[in-house]
Design a binder for this molecule. Structure first.
Ligand code: NDP
Length: 253
């Protein structure tokens, strides 16, 4: 039997890259996908040097034709980690730019739909498939200024919940991972359009936000459970964060 294959979307940074590392360490052949292939190549080089089995594929999850052709070229798929996603802007509903909302829906909702639909036949054929959906605590409760991202992540949450119902009886489980505050290099920078000061303020005074590794560890643990065990929804936050907007910040002055 050939090595089990895991596909990770958005593997070029943050949680996706960390998850690819963990799954490769766990013995999966990992297919690294994202738009920035230079970063994927660097990660692949590092993992290959460590004796891991990986492949790289450029993939924009919002491009359905590209996703279909990617799926057609895969020999097998046992695990799909729908990680590609993110936030753009933090404007109130009253003034938010619809273009930002469209972008967030495209990647966080339709991106998950595109890749999941395309790989589902292979996941079923594997006999013990796993779909992981990276939603967020923003997929479960809202906060001011979160509007578009919260709506999009609620969409991802609903995909996971609905798919689990629809696949009942088939050999595929659906795991939703909903992290709270995770300090990654790019998430907040992307949200604030490259404004490093605003991005840093997100984590200001928070002693230990979650790291990409914390989330990757959690994903790898859920994927590593026996095939009949479905961790439906796992919420993880740093201890300093009791809800989306109740965050303990140490005084720095
Ligand atoms: P990053 O910004 O570091 O990573 C986002 C990844 O998504 C990148 O690898 C990027 O790769 C990829 N991506 C973005 N758009 C596309 C696209 N159209 N097609 C393919 N890949 C795309 O963020 P994080 O690692 O922090 O977040 C990862 C996931 O976890 C996201 O879904 C995010 O919403 C979620 N999350 C993050 C939290 C946090 O606090 N950081 C909290 C809860 C959930 P590239 O640009 O190369 O395509």
């Amino acid at each position: 039997m050939s090595t089990r294959t895991a596909v990770v979307t958005g593997a070029s940074s943050g949680i996706g890259a960390a998850t690819a590392r963990k799954l490769a360490e766990a013995g999966f052949h990992v297919v690294l996908t994202a738009r920035r292939t230079d970063r994927l190549d660097a990660l692949a080089k590092e993992l290959t040097a460590d004796g891991r089995s990986v492949a790289v594929h450029a993939l924009d999850v919002t491009d359905r034709a590209a996703v279909d052709s990617f799926a057609a070229g895969l020999d097998r798929c046992d695990v799909l980690v729908n990680n590609a996603g993110g936030a753009v802007g933090s404007d109130p509903v009253a003034t938010a730019d619809p273009a930002d909302w469209r972008l967030m829906f495209e990647v966080n909702v339709l991106g998950v739909l595109n890749v999941t639909q395309a790989l589902l036949p292979a996941l079923v054929a594997s006999g013990a498939g796993t779909v992981v959906v990276l939603s967020s605590t923003a997929g479960l409760a809202t906060y001011e200024g979160g509007g578009g991202y919260v709506a999009a992540k609620h969409g991802a949450h609903v995909i996971a919940e609905t798919l689990r119902l629809e696949l009942n009886g088939k050999p595929v489980r659906v795991i939703e991972i909903a992290p709270g505050m995770v300090k990654t290099d790019e998430f907040a920078l992307t949200r604030f359009r490259g404004d490093a000061e605003r991005a840093a303020a997100v984590y200001a005074g928070v002693a230990e936000p979650l790291t990409a590794d914390d989330v990757a560890d959690t994903i790898a643990w859920t994927v590593g459970r026996p095939a009949h065990v479905n961790v439906d929804l796992l919420v993880l936050r740093p201890r300093a964060q009791a809800s989306n907007y109740k965050v303990y910040r140490e005084q720095t002055q």
